[in-house]
Design a protein around this ligand. Structure first.
Ligand SMILES: NC(=O)c1ccc[n+]([C@@H]2O[C@H](COP(=O)([O-])OP(=O)(O)OC[C@H]3O[C@@H](n4cnc5c(N)ncnc54)[C@H](O)[C@@H]3O)[C@@H](O)[C@H]2O)c1
Length: 346
């Protein structure tokens, strides 16, 4: 399709690729010109031949995209390892300095707009399995966000408005698949206040059973993934798994009911470490203490690291967190001109 658009001069404004390139040799990407059945046969009987066909296809794929971006298309990586696998296949996807020609959507969008400020996909599940309970949680979350929104600084006011719109329309848009669960983008303040209100509602019977909290790995903290979640962290720390491990261990000590640490999710084996948690809110005082302690760590830990990497939004957010909580002391980076640093290494 890209080749067709390039050859026929069809103007494309915005482009990405959503093949499953985190799994390139076992069915995540089907090479051009080879049928589905033939591909399946080839990957089982002649894996090396199949790998060569995928790589040749990726080189063509990138060549066509390059033609379209030369005519003005904005192209971004969707977090499916497209840039990484194309570079490994020898496609024309690198700049002279070895970096990718195109950004990951986290570099341009999710990082600076959401993660650096602590906004990420906060989740909850109503263990009763009752839609009525989910309704109650939706209303609680909406009320909390509205209240926070009234005093939110300009830097995050659009986020707040968007998230209120989302939760308002969640039921009507049938966003539940199976479990009575919800995902709502929220920052540290939002997650903590919403969770505390859920806990109260379990205690006073407005909710008929405990609520379980969680989040995606595609979030502020918890994950080290240089080609996705941490691709807008430019201090080099995204290439080791220290933060994912530190975060998940902190979550476990601070009261998570369970934690997990795993490898691979979404961008491929060996390319990412993800940490996650589950937290049961049973209405007790203990749950209240745990949620405050753990959510504070889980979000601010990632913001701190993003601030050390000198990300503007994260510097704003961590300074704000320190004002709100005087016990929090996070070192702040010192800025120096690149030329000065380069001179030191001459
Ligand atoms: N950015 C995010 O938040 C995010 C979220 C979910 C998934 N992902 C990543 O996106 C990728 C896709 O996920 P998914 O759940 O949509 O996978 P999927 O397997 O459901 O869809 C991939 C599609 O690509 C098609 N395809 C394969 N080779 C092709 C080719 N050469 N040309 C055109 N189409 C081709 C397949 O037929 C399939 O329909 C995964 O790598 C996943 O990790 C990113």
């Amino acid at each position: 399709m890209w080749e067709y658009c390039a050859e026929h001069d069809i103007q494309v404004d915005l482009g990405s690729d959503q093949t499953s390139l985190h799994n390139p040799w076992a069915g995540g990407y089907y090479p051009v010109g080879i049928s589905f059945e033939e591909s399946k046969q080839m990957m089982a009987d002649y894996p090396e031949k199949f790998k060569a066909a995928v790589e040749a296809s990726l080189r063509r794929h990138v060549a066509a995209i390059n033609k379209l971006t030369a005519k003005g298309m904005y192209f971004f990586d969707y977090g499916n390892a497209f840039l990484l696998q194309s570079s490994r296949a020898g496609a024309d996807i690198l700049k002279e300095d070895g970096s990718f020609r195109y950004p990951s959507y986290v570099q341009d969008i999710m990082g600076p707009m959401c993660f650096d400020y602590g906004f990420g996909p906060f989740r909850w599940v109503c263990t009763s399995g009752k839609p009525e309970d989910l309704d109650v949680t939706d209303h609680i979350a909406m009320d909390v966000l509205k209240e926070i929104s009234d005093h939110a600084p300009a830097e995050i006011s659009q986020q707040m408005r968007d998230n209120i719109t989302w939760i308002k329309g969640a039921k009507e848009n049938h966003l539940v698949v199976g479990s009575q669960a919800r995902i709502l983008y929220a920052d540290c303040e939002g997650r903590t206040k919403i969770a505390a209100e859920f806990n109260k509602a379990v205690r006073d019977g407005r909710l008929s059973a405990p609520v379980v909290l969680g989040r995606d790995h595609h979030d502020v903290s918890g994950t080290d993934s240089p080609f996705r979640e941490t691709s807008n962290i430019y201090d080099g720390s995204s290439f080791c798994a220290d933060m994912a491990v530190q975060n998940v261990i902190g979550d476990s000590f601070r009261g998570a009911t369970w934690v997990s640490i795993h490898n691979g999710g979404g961008v491929g084996w060996g390319e990412v470490i993800n940490g996650g948690f589950g937290m049961v809110l049973d209405g007790s005082d203990d749950s209240d203490r745990r949620l405050r302690s753990m959510l504070f760590w889980d979000v601010n830990n990632g913001i701190s690291r993003r601030a050390w990497a000198r990300n503007e939004g994260a510097l704003f957010a961590i300074k704000r967190a320190m004002e709100a909580c005087p016990e929090l002391h996070v070192t702040l980076p010192n800025f120096a001109e690149d030329a000065l640093i380069e001179k030191m290494f001459e």
